[in-house]
Each structure stands twice: as structure tokens, then as C-alpha cells.
Design a protein around this ligand. Structure first.
Ligand code: AGP
Length: 614
């Protein structure tokens, strides 16, 4: 899951590539590199390997080297094949050094291709799978093919999910790019055109953005952008509507993207919720492409997702079953298709994916479609691969999320999934219209309630700083408090690198309680629900074993508050909506602890924002 970019045209500069890569850094930062085609017919490569400092180093190395720039490619790497070394950093080149390639994804059959190419005399200089693409292109160019035809012939031989961009120093103005189950878009600017893994990379430089479909090839020159299938048949370009501006993608005065995004949650949730009820008082999800008649026939639902999106899906399972009475299963995407799930035309599979590009979720959705199920994706990215492939899409409107740890997209996802659950209840008449409008009205109060939670930031920071030496954390909750516990633990793990486990509180006594002692900190979700009393008993069980207790409780709930060594208060809401509020203090706690430990919260080690490998 690397980030790739390319630019060509009179106004294009090396700086565009470096700036674009900085906005793609969330996709990986093991190394960074550019290849620049100059007017003298050369392809110059600059590569930097310095962990989270790779892009800074690249920017220094590339400074003032735009002279004679005609076109160029850039790459930020999350290593899969080949260690993190300069030789393995992209762009990769053919034997002649005239063909440059940047690539995201995996060439699954690279070993056999490499063997074949080596036997034909090609000399490899890296351990990457990517380099076979450069040499394959070289061999087709030698046969007299154009770069476009060489890319088409190469794609037909490559297995796996990937996108790549290629350039030939002999005809440097024309970049050729392609994708298969990996993100790639094209941007048209005034005097320069671009390709990139995602829109923020070229926001402010391109004015119009276009989609590329799987196994399509796009040629991008300063004068034209043309799209073809692998047989060379031209396709009309489809524009992507972009509502984000450059400022939305920048830090806006915050210390880092993660804190900015945590504080953007009132807007992210509001924007995802407003305007979803029509004048007749019905939930109206305009972008849904599934016919209500089809939704009435659904008799089973699966929800699939990874990481934070999986946790949002878990909250949704409770609401969907409770409000619609449709049996609903929840699966981690990477497990779903390997367990032989029972699906048919009356099954709805809901994929939850912020990026809409996560390979495991995309593969799960594809499997579901193959088995005849209806598919619907909840995504934050319009025109993402999953949104285009699914039968229906429901968008969260959280704006771009740059921090690797998902925050605002999580609460926006739960909001959108709740809307979906209400919509299903509406078309199937499993709730009264007045019940639906009461719940929707309460949802619209959530942004103000989130503001109230955020006011507690300084107090949460103090508690986090006081726990900077704690070595083990547990998070417990019941019912919809359980996914909140899992998400609290995941946030802490991914940015603090500390052991943190989330458990359903009732399960503690079946094993995990053996780990509880006075070194442990236990977070408990004790906001008022049907299971509050049982939760309180579970808190007592860990308290008497010496653990330090931090509670997420409702404002002024003295009974709960008296049990905590520290308490983060949140306003009361509908019990099924509570995770949207309850998770926020846990995001803030994880954030402040990671900062106190001196970690880079936007770029946690070993992680990438969008995981496009299996
Ligand atoms: C969230 O903090 C994580 N970085 C990760 O678990 C993420 O939620 C997961 O990879 C799924 O991504 P998606 O929503 O883009 O599919």
C-alpha cells in the first residue's frame, strides 16, 4: 500500500511530486523517491530511506532540481517485497535506465516473470516485485510497441491487485498508468496533468478529477488524457465530484492531523447526517442505488470490515438486528471469504471501509457479489473502487482523513450505518415512522453532544500524562460498549505501541481476569444502558483485584463516578447511539498518551492508512 504520483506539463515541477508525496505519506513511509524526465532525454532518480523522515530527506535532496523538468514519477513506500533499502526504493527502472515505474500493490507472479526475464538477459537491481514491470515494459518496447501498448501487454501478464505509472525517457511527456483493485485517479490542471493514488495528493494542482476502472489503461500527456481497456478500446472519462478543498487536507493550526480530525468530529457527524430526511419525514438516502423492493426481500445481512471499520460494523449489527429483526452476521473481511459463508440473492453484504480501497474488504465484497448477494459499501471516498463495484454506496461526509489512526471517519461511519439501519426499518416497516423520526432527531443532536465531550480534552490529557509509565491496559464494555472497548484498545495499540486488550466485560471471569493486578489500568464503558448494573459488577470485580479504574460515564452519574479513579463524562443519548460519544474520550486518551511517549501519532510505525495488500 504505497502512494504513487506522476505529473507532466509546462507547469509541472519536481516540487509537485514531493508535495503530493507528503500528502500520500499515510500510505507508507519506509522510503520515498522520484524519477524526473528532463529535456535532455535523461531520467534522473532521487531516492531517500529514512523511516518517518524519508520524505523530509527526499525534499532536501530534490530541492532546486526542477531544471529541465518535463515529467516525473513519485513514490512513497510501504515495504512488501524486499527490505527497506535504497535499492528497493521506487521508482524502479529497466536495464537501460530509460523506463521508470512506480507501483502500489503486489505482483503475485513476479518470481516466475523475473526468472523468465533474467533468462532473456535482463539484469535486476532490487529484490522488489515492481522491478519486473520495468523489465517487462522494456522487452515490449524493444519489440517496437508504444509505451501504452507495452503497458497493456504487461498488465495481461501480471497477477495481483496493483496500480502503476510508467514513463519512458525517449518520449517523456506521455505517462501511462493502470490499476486493478488498487486506487488510482487522474487529474487535469491548467498547464499540467497528473495521476495519483488519491485526490488530496493533487488537490490545488488539478481542477478536474477522473476515475480509472480496473484493467483500464490511461495515457496522460500535457495535451490529453485518454482511457482504454486492455484491448485498446477507448473509454469516455468519468469525472469524480470533489467537494474537498486544500485547506481541508492541511492541518489547520493543529499540532497534527490526528488531533485536528478528532476535533472535526462534530462536523464529520453532522455532515454525514444532515439532509437525510425528506419533507415527508422519511429517511432518504439519495445516493443509494438499491431499490426498496429489493431491500424488502433481504432475509440475511453480513457486515464486513477491518480494524476500526469492523468496530463500526459491530455497533451497526446491534442496531440492524434490533430495529429490523433481520439476522445479521459480522465478519472480519480477511476471514469472510475463506470460511465459505452461506449467501444467496436475498443476502445483503455491507462492506464498511473508510478508504473504499482496503483489499481484504474489497475481496470479501467481490466474493459476495460472485455468490449472488447484494452488496452495499459505506465509504468516505466518493468513486472509491468499492463504491464503484458495489450495488449501492452510502457515503460518510467526514472529509479527508490523513492521520493513520481513524477517528472522525469512525464516528461518521457509525452515524451512516445507523441511518442505514433506520432506512431498512423504514422500507420494511419494522419501526413506526414516529420512532424513526425520534431517533433521527436524537442523531441530529449528536454533534453538539460531541462538542461537550471535546471540552474534557485537557482533563483527559492530564490523566494520560499521569499514566505514561503504565504497561498494560484493558478496555471492557458490554453490548454496544464492547465495540467501543475494542476501538479504545486498538487506538492505544496503534499509536502508543503498548499492550491493550478490549474484552466483553462479562467474559473477563472466563480467563482474562487472571491478568488483572495493581499494575493494570482498566477502562470501563459504563454509560447508562440496560446492562449498566452488570457492567458495574464487572468493574467491581477488577477494582477489588487492585486495578486502576478509568470510566466513561454519563454526565453527573454519581453512582458510576464514585467507582472510578478517573472518569471521563459524556452526555446521555439513545443507547444504540452511545458509541458515537463514548469512543471520543478513548481517542483523546490514546492521542495524549502517544504524544506523552513522544510518538509520531500521524505516522505510527509499521502501519499504513490504506491496506491494499492481503
Ligand atoms: C484505524 O485506526 C486503522 N488504521 C485501521 O484499522 C483501519 O480502520 C482499517 O485498515 C480499515 O481501513 P478502511 O476503513 O479504509 O477499510
Amino acid at each position: 500500500m504505497c502512494g504513487i504520483i506522476g505529473s507532466t506539463g509546462e507547469a509541472a515541477t519536481l516540487n509537485d511530486l514531493v508535495e503530493g508525496l507528503a500528502r500520500l505519506e499515510y500510505r507508507g513511509y519506509d522510503s520515498a523517491g522520484v524519477a524526473v524526465a528532463r529535456a535532455d532525454g535523461t531520467l534522473e532518480r532521487i531516492r531517500a530511506v529514512d523511516g518517518t523522515g524519508s520524505l523530509r530527506l527526499l525534499a532536501e535532496l530534490a530541492k532546486d532540481r526542477s531544471d529541465g523538468y518535463i515529467a516525473g514519477l513519485g513514490h512513497t513506500r510501504w515495504a512488501t517485497h524486499g527490505r527497506v533499502t535504497t535499492d528497493n526504493a521506487h521508482p524502479h527502472m529497466d536495464c537501460s535506465g530509460e523506463v521508470g515505474v512506480v507501483h502500489n500493490g503486489i505482483v503475485e507472479n513476479f518470481r516466475e516473470l523475473k526468472e523468465e526475464l533474467e533468462q532473456a538477459g535482463h539484469v535486476f537491481s532490487s529484490q522488489t516485485d515492481t522491478e519486473v514491470i520495468a523489465h517487462l515494459l522494456e522487452s515490449y518496447l524493444k519489440d517496437g510497441l508504444s509505451l501504452k501498448d507495452a503497458v497493456m501487454s504487461s498488465v495481461a501478464r501480471l497477477r495481483g491487485a496493483m496500480s502503476f505509472v510508467a514513463i519512458n525517457a525517449k518520449d517523456p511527456k506521455v505517462m501511462v498508468a493502470t490499476k486493478r483493485m488498487a486506487p488510482l485517479i487522474v487529474g487535469k490542471g491548467d498547464k499540467a496533468n497528473f495521476v495519483a493514488s488519491d485526490i488530496p495528493a493533487i488537490l490545488g494542482k488539478a481542477d478536474v478529477f477522473y476515475q480509472i476502472g480496473d484493467d483500464q489503461v490511461v495515457t496522460v500527456s500535457p495535451e490529453a488524457i485518454e482511457l482504454f481497456d486492455l484491448a485498446g478500446k477507448p473509454f469516455e472519462l468519468k469525472e469524480i465530484v470533489v467537494e474537498w478543498d486544500l485547506e481541508a487536507a492541511a492541518r489547520g493550526g493543529f499540532r497534527d492531523f490526528m488531533s485536528k480530525e478528532i476535533f472535526e468530529q462534530p462536523n464529520a457527524v453532522r455532515d454525514s447526517l444532515v439532509g437525510r430526511m425528506n419533507a415527508k419525514g422519511e429517511i432518504a438516502l439519495d445516493e443509494m442505488r438499491l431499490d426498496p423492493e429489493e431491500l424488502r426481500k433481504i432475509n440475511k445481512i453480513f457486515i464486513v470490515g477491518c480494524g476500526t471499520s469492523y468496530h463500526a460494523g459491530m455497533v451497526a449489527k446491534y442496531a440492524v438486528e434490533h430495529w429490523t429483526r433481520i439476522p445479521t452476521e459480522l465478519d472480519i473481511s480477511s476471514e469472510f471469504r475463506y470460511r465459505d459463508p452461506v449467501l444467496d440473492q436475498q443476502t445483503l453484504v455491507i462492506g464498511v471501509s473508510q478508504s473504499g480501497e482496503t483489499l481484504d474488504t474489497m475481496a470479501a465484497m467481490n466474493e459476495a457479489a460472485l455468490l449472488g448477494a447484494k452488496t452495499l459499501v459505506v465509504s468516505n471516498v466518493m468513486g472509491s473502487s468499492m463504491a464503484r463495484a458495489a450495488d449501492a454506496a452510502l457515503y460518510t461526509r467526514a472529509g479527508p482523513e490523513i492521520g493513520v489512526a481513524a477517528t472522525k471517519t469512525h464516528t461518521a461511519q457509525i452515524s451512516a450505518l445507523m441511518l442505514l439501519a433506520l432506512y431498512l426499518a423504514q422500507v420494511r416497516h419494522s419501526l413506526y415512522p414516529s420512532e424513526i423520526s425520534d431517533i433521527y432527531s436524537e442523531m441530529l443532536r449528536l454533534p453538539d453532544k460531541i462538542d461537550e465531550v471535546l471540552v474534557g480534552d485537557a482533563a483527559i490529557e492530564e490523566v494520560a500524562q499521569s499514566m505514561a509509565t503504565v504497561k498494560k491496559f484493558y478496555f471492557i464494555g458490554r453490548h454496544v460498549g464492547y465495540p467501543v472497548a475494542l476501538e479504545g484498545a486498538l487506538k492505544l495499540k496503534e499509536i502508543s505501541y503498548l499492550p491493550a486488550e478490549g474484552y466483553p466485560a462479562g467474559e473477563l471471569k472466563h480467563g482474562p481476569i487472571a491478568m488483572i493486578d495493581s499494575d493494570a489500568v482498566v477502562f470501563g464503558i459504563v454509560t447508562r444502558t440496560r446492562l449498566w448494573e452488570k457492567m458495574i459488577s464487572n468493574i467491581e470485580e477488577v477494582r477489588v483485584r487492585g486495578a486502576k479504574i478509568v470510566l466513561i460515564a454519563n454526565n453527573g452519574d454519581v453512582e458510576s463516578i464514585s467507582l472510578g479513579d478517573a472518569v471521563f463524562e459524556v452526555p446521555q443519548t439513545h443507547p444504540l447511539l452511545a458509541p458515537i460519544l463514548d469512543v471520543i474520550p478513548l481517542q483523546l486518551f490514546a492521542y495524549h498518551l502517544a504524544v506523552a511517549l513522544g510518538h509520531d501519532v500521524d505516522r505510527p510505525r509499521n502501519l499504513a492508512k490504506t491496506v491494499t495488500v492481503e
